[in-house]
Design a protein around this ligand. Structure first.
Ligand code: MG
Length: 263
């Protein structure tokens, strides 16, 4: 058979490499084996909360060597929907503020009551301190004319103790309150795909735990989809669309399969 080396492989983080702060067993070693086999490995997370350096440090802390250029996020995709010089109100974490500022926008954290006039966009991601006052201010800014941008539409976020509300749940609250139709930036949407094409070029295989984002994103990138059951999709899932090209209990088993098949 033709050995497809080197492959460009894009991996989701939550539910694939870790659940919240707990590394998933065998993931770091599996990545090392992919790199040793000559493949290029990069990452795209829909979690917009951490800064790029936080994600890089977390990867290095579990033994994964990478660089900031290879760690992409929905916060960076959302920033591409802004224009340098615009003012953004941020319901979310420091990763969004960092990405907007890197693109030349003026970003203000929505950390309580305050001004709501004069914003060009409201960017919403996961925000563990989200409350009624933040919702009210974001609603006022959108009703005042700001565009509503969501970093992602994931309803939930996997943790070792089970799922918690994700950025999509917070976005839904702001959208309903302000009666606005949000533009979503992260996987599987086009701004995320544009970011990947610009930064990484071609992707051959997208590995993730969520069918509605990672699977659909694989299709948008014209890449194969590798599904792992270590996150939000259980092993006993029914028929799914898009059907994965590869699936396994976790990244370690998926990589065992892939390397066994290719070599
Ligand atoms: Mg995930």
């Amino acid at each position: 058979m033709t050995v497809p080396v080197p492959l460009s492989i894009l991996l989701d983080l939550d539910g694939v490499l870790w659940r919240a702060d707990d590394p998933i067993s065998g993931a770091a070693d599996a990545l090392a084996r992919l790199v040793a086999a000559g493949h290029r490995v990069a990452y795209f997370t829909n979690n917009s909360y951490p800064r790029v350096a936080d994600n890089v440090a977390k990867l290095r802390g579990m033994g994964v060597v990478t660089t900031a250029e290879l760690v992409l996020s929905s916060a960076q995709a959302a920033a591409m929907l802004g224009t340098p010089g615009e003012r953004a109100l941020v319901v979310g974490g420091p990763g969004i503020v960092e990405s907007l500022e890197a693109r030349g926008l003026v970003a203000l954290a929505c950390d309580g009551p305050g001004e709501s006039a004069g914003f060009d966009l409201v960017v919403v991601g996961i925000d563990p301190a989200f409350d009624y006052r933040r919702l009210a201010r974001a609603m006022a800014a959108v009703c005042g004319g700001a565009r509503l941008v969501g970093t992602n539409s994931d309803a939930t976020y996997p943790t070792p103790a089970g799922e918690l509300p994700g950025g999509g749940s917070i976005l839904a609250a702001v959208a309903v309150a302000s009666r606005a139709d949000p533009v979503v930036a992260g996987k599987p949407e086009e701004p995320a795909a544009e970011l990947v094409r610009h930064r990484l070029g071609r992707v051959d295989l997208m590995i993730g735990d969520r069918i509605s984002t990672d699977g659909a994103f694989a299709r948008r990138l014209d890449a194969a989809f590798g599904l792992v059951w270590s996150g939000v999709t259980p092993a006993d899932h029914g028929p799914i669309d898009p059907a994965p090209d590869h699936e396994a209990a976790d990244l370690a088993h998926l990589v065992d399969d892939l390397l066994g098949r290719w070599f």
